[in-house]
Structures are given as C-alpha cells and as structure tokens.
Design a protein around this ligand. Structure first.
Ligand code: 13P
Ligand code: SF4
Length: 319
C-alpha cells in the first residue's frame, strides 16, 4: 500500500517535470488507468488514444498499452517524444502480419482497397489505403462498399469476417487473430446466459463468429463500456479483456459484470481473459521509463510519412 503510494507520487512528479502526459488503454492495470485520469491524461480505446495523443500539447507522450499504440502516436506526431513502459509489449495480430508477406499479399490483389486494423506495425500501415480500429471499422467498410470497392482486410480474421457479414462487402481476409479474444467460447457464453437469462451479452468483435452471434451488442472497448452504462439491464456478460472492468464498474455502479468464459464447458474459467502484453505495463515499469527516459519509440521518417496518410484518413473520417 505504502509502496504503491510512493510509486504514484513519483510518477506524478515526473510527469509534471517532463511536461509528459499519460495515454492509457482500458486493458492496462487499473492503477495506471487511475493515474492517467488523475493527471489529465486519457484512458480510452485505441481510436481515442490516437486522437488524444495527436491533439494534446505535451512534449512527451507516455503510451501505456502495446507497441502499435506507441507507434501510432509517433507516426501522427513525429516531433513528439513517445515513450512506453516497455518495448516488449506487442500483439499477436501485429506479430502475425509480417510486412513483407503482407506486401506480397497486397501485390497479388492490386484491385482491392487495403484496409488494415490499427493493431499492426508501421510498415504494414504504410502499405494500406485505410487504417481502422474496431470502433470505426464497420462505418469505413460500409463507406468503401457503397463506392463499389473490394476490400483486402488484415490482420484480424474475426473482426474482418464480422465486418464482412455486417456490411455485405467483398472482403478478402488475412489469417490473423487476437490470442485473448480467440479463447472465448460460445458454449461457455450460452451456458452463462442460461444461468442468467436477464444478462446482456457484450462482445468485442475480435472474438470468434460463434461468440459474436450470441451478442446483444458488438463493439470496441469504449462501445462496450457505453452499452453497459446506457442499457437499463443490471447484469452483463462481457467478452473482452478483464482490464475493462475497472472503467465499466466505475461507470456502472450497482451493475453486475461477468467475464465471459474462455475455456471448457460452463462458467469454469473466470480469469483467462487477460492480455499478457498489456500486463507488462505496471506502476514500476511506468516509473522506470520516466526516470530513465529510455524505451523511446522510433519510426523511420519515410515509413512514418506513408503510414500517416491512412491513419489521418481514419481520424478525419469521424471527427
Ligand atoms: P479497442 O480498444 O480499439 O476496442 O481495441 C481493442 C484491442 O484489442 C486493443 O488491444
Ligand atoms: Fe493484441 Fe489481443 Fe492483446 Fe489487444 S488484447 S493487444 S488485440 S493480443
């Protein structure tokens, strides 16, 4: 307890001294999310993290999340110093989409508009026509479909197939997945639903189709929180990383939030929905990076300039 308070005070002082602001994702440690809130930083989904970092006047952005979030911040504001508590925090979607193979895939389908998920490297974004996050993917693909465009989608096949089903667009999928959301099981969710028939099922679209099918609401992290907040029901089954419960509980006092099962039959697994890379962000690693000033994100300037085009398109699409 006392030690935690010391970390917190040290981090607050260092943020101020360095004119730095904390930009955190909903999946990070609640202690980090609370600090971001207290210090005028932001806690949000990946779209709003990108927007906040780009618009904030601080010289230094401390991005608590995973690598693609730091890279996105650097691409959008190359003159700012972007630091992360750890440089090891990656994402299975990013890992599963190596730039050279991806580029060859694009070359093989020159007639398609390339739409990539934000959970990718700078090099993959540089090859794209559009970058999207889960909160904006449906709207962007709808818009492209209405213009008669055929889509090449990467890397998340579950989000891609959800988008394809919802929009009816012609979508060619890359074969990638999120190791956290892929583990949610339809059987487990329907068993829970049988136990709590009144519960609303909230699902992140990185989950498999069979789970998405059971959802009352499908959406990004912020859309999931918003649904829990605005729906009148009192009980929610939530298929996304458990880090989200900090903000959800804060926004929904008195409501019961249940994490969707990830393994086996029934509601046996209640502790699996947790991203190992997001978990690398702690008060200790956060304080360390502020003290040392290392773990700086760098993006090749030429690559960054190319990646900025589809990223800026995303931000401009929904102001
Ligand atoms: P959103 O916060 O944009 O919904 O993304 C979820 C995610 O997987 C980030 O790692
Ligand atoms: Fe990547 Fe999944 Fe972790 Fe998000 S939760 S960072 S998509 S591995």
């Amino acid at each position: 307890e006392e030690e935690l308070e010391l970390w917190r005070e040290r981090i607050k002082r260092l943020l101020k001294e360095q004119n730095a602001v904390l930009v955190a994702h909903y999946y990070t440690d609640p202690l980090i999310q609370a600090l971001a809130e207290e210090t005028g930083g932001c806690v949000s989904d990946s779209l709003e993290m990108a927007r906040f970092g780009a618009e904030h006047q601080a010289d230094t952005l401390i991005v608590a999340g995973v690598k693609f979030m730091g890279e996105t911040a650097k691409i959008l504001t190359p003159h700012k110093r972007v630091l992360m508590p750890t440089l090891e925090a990656t994402c299975s979607l990013d890992l599963g989409c190596p730039p050279e193979e991806f580029s060859a895939f694009c070359d093989a389908h020159p007639d398609r508009t390339v739409v990539v998920y934000a959970n990718t490297s700078a090099a993959v974004k540089a090859r794209a026509d559009w970058v999207v996050t889960s909160s904006i993917a449906l709207d962007v693909v709808d818009h492209l479909d209405a213009q008669g465009e055929k889509i090449l989608w990467a890397p998340d096949k579950h989000l891609g197939s959800y988008v394809q089903r919802e929009t009816g667009a012609d979508v060619l999928l890359w074969d990638g997945a999120c190791i956290v959301h892929e583990e949610f099981k339809a059987k487990g969710v329907s068993d829970l639903k049988a136990l709590y028939p009144d519960a609303v099922v909230l699902v992140h679209p990185e989950s498999p189709a069979a789970v998405v099918e059971l959802a009352d609401v499908v959406g990004s992290t912020s859309q999931i929180i918003n649904a829990a907040k605005t729906r009148p029901e009192k009980r929610f089954i939530v298929a996304t990383d458990q880090g989200i419960f900090y903000k959800m509980q804060q926004q929904c006092p008195g409501k019961e939030l249940i994490v969707a099962p990830t393994a086996g039959a029934g509601a046996t697994c209640r502790s699996c929905a947790s991203c190992p890379w997001m978990a690398m962000n702690s008060l200790e690693t956060l304080c360390g990076v502020l003290e040392r000033g290392d773990n700086e994100i760098s993006v090749d300037p030429e690559l960054g300039r190319r990646a900025m085009v589809p990223l800026q398109r995303m931000l401009d699409f929904r102001k």
